[in-house]
Structures are given as structure tokens and as C-alpha cells.
Design a protein. Structure first.
Length: 74
């Protein structure tokens, strides 16, 4: 069983990973719209990597009897 303190800390990290993913996605979209396909491709890969990190944290918490909560993004 995961402690509440660790669960809360990981839930905050999940939000950070999701926020990072959105920032990379915004940069990728801008690059796409402004003729920088190589940079757009790089940022699209980064957004997927951050989402993967969030997913791993979600699974970690839930598999240990906690509850991963997706908090609102700033």
C-alpha cells in the first residue's frame, strides 16, 4: 500500500508531466503552423514522452492501492 504522502507527491508530479506535455504540444503546433516541420516533429515526440511519464506514474499509484488523480492544469 502506498502512503498518502507519497500518493499526493506523485499526483502533483502527474500534473507537472501533463503540463509539460501541453507546453510541448503548443510549441509543436506553433512550429507546424510557421513552417518548421523538423522542430514540430521534435516537440510532438516530447509531448508523447511527457504523457508516457504521466501514465507510468498513474499506473504506479493505482497498482499500489492508491488513487491517481488528474488535477486541473494551470
Amino acid at each position: 500500500m502506498i502512503s498518502k504522502k507519497v500518493e499526493d507527491a506523485i499526483n502533483l508530479q502527474i500534473r507537472e508531466e501533463e503540463d509539460s506535455s501541453r507546453i510541448y504540444l503548443a510549441m509543436a503546433s506553433w512550429c507546424d503552423a510557421n513552417g518548421f516541420p523538423g522542430a514540430a516533429s521534435f516537440f510532438y515526440r516530447q509531448t508523447l514522452e511527457e504523457r508516457f511519464h504521466a501514465l507510468k506514474f498513474i499506473q504506479y499509484v493505482n497498482e499500489r492501492g492508491g488513487h491517481a488523480v488528474l488535477k486541473t492544469l494551470p
